[in-house]
Design a protein around this ligand. Structure first.
Ligand code: PAF
Length: 289
């Protein structure tokens, strides 16, 4: 496994590869990430993983500074998982004018995202998806555009809104990249794996799987014929709030568009975002009627 820090070395290393399967990450890897790598391995391609905590997708009051950085452990996991190349650029490598004192950059060309990016997670994290789409486009430019004829990038379904926006990025910018999605990996009690689970104290960790349980109750209610989606969303939010959660949203949407679902849609998704203390957890369940 080769560890590469600079864009130029990455391009040189990948110049002869005809097939590349790419897994972008922000590190602090768990089994969910390793599942993406396992999926990449099946592509018979050079497996490239990036580890880059992207300052542009964090809001001013978010956890960029504290985001867990566990490079040595991540590299050991990636070696065991069979990654071929790990790209670990500095902030300056990606944003040449990055100001480390203020965590700001002069990156003024940003990907502007479709309206759906202002809803759900985008509503409480303004600018998050612009920053995410901008770095993903940069990483795609660095990883792919050196002649590979097969280009695959793999993302997890836990970040379903991110996945949809990346699919739009690829469609609307005519990028010849196949986007593949991997199922959410869960702990034994149902909690979706996430780097942010490490922020939970023992009591919060015990309570955390409730979000997934609540989403399952939503699915059950709809499958049993309840079509009053607004009422289900409100009741589920109230239920979690009574148990001490700070609910951002519970939303029943079309899994094709992420627009609010109507009772004639049969490809649905229920998504939730809620905080245990300061830790914001997200989860979703896709289902068909
Ligand atoms: O999902 C993530 O870890 C990040 O949003 C991504 C796609 C690596 C971009 O920074």
């Amino acid at each position: 496994m080769q560890i590469i820090q600079t864009a130029q070395s990455l391009r040189t290393r990948l110049s002869k590869e005809d097939a590349i399967a790419f897994v972008p990450t922000m590190g602090n890897l768990h089994d969910g990430h390793l599942e993406l790598v396992a999926q990449a391995k099946k592509e018979n391609a050079c497996v490239v993983v990036s580890i880059f905590v992207n300052p542009l997708q964090f809001g001013a009051n978010e956890d960029f500074g504290n985001y867990p950085r566990t490079l040595e452990a991540d590299l050991a996991k990636l070696k065991a998982a069979g990654a071929d190349v790990v790209f670990t650029p500095s902030e300056v490598e990606i944003y040449p004018d990055f100001d480390a004192l203020n965590n700001t950059s002069n990156q003024t060309m940003m990907v502007s995202t479709p309206a759906i990016a202002d809803e759900l997670c985008g509503a409480s994290r303004p600018g998050h998806f612009n920053g995410m789409a901008t770095v993903v486009l940069k990483l795609f430019n660095l990883v792919f555009f050196n002649g590979a004829s097969r280009k695959v990038a793999i993302f997890g379904k836990k970040d379903f809104q991110q996945l949809l926006i990346i699919r739009e990025l690829v469609n609307q910018f005519n990028l010849p990249i196949e986007i593949m999605a991997a199922e959410t990996m869960r702990e034994a009690d149902g909690l979706a794996m996430s780097s942010r689970n490490g922020y939970l104290n023992p009591m919060q960790r015990l309570e955390a799987p409730r979000l997934y349980k609540a989403l399952n109750l939503v699915v059950d209610a709809i499958k049993q014929g309840n079509t009053d989606f607004k009422a289900i969303e409100t009741q589920t939010s109230q239920f979690l709030t009574q148990l001490g959660w700070i609910v951002d949203y519970i939303a029943i949407r079309s899994s094709k568009t992420l627009l609010p679902a109507n009772p004639t849609d049969n490809q649905l998704i229920v998504l939730g975002a809620a905080k245990q203390g300061k830790t914001r957890l997200i989860d979703n369940i896709e289902f068909n009627l």
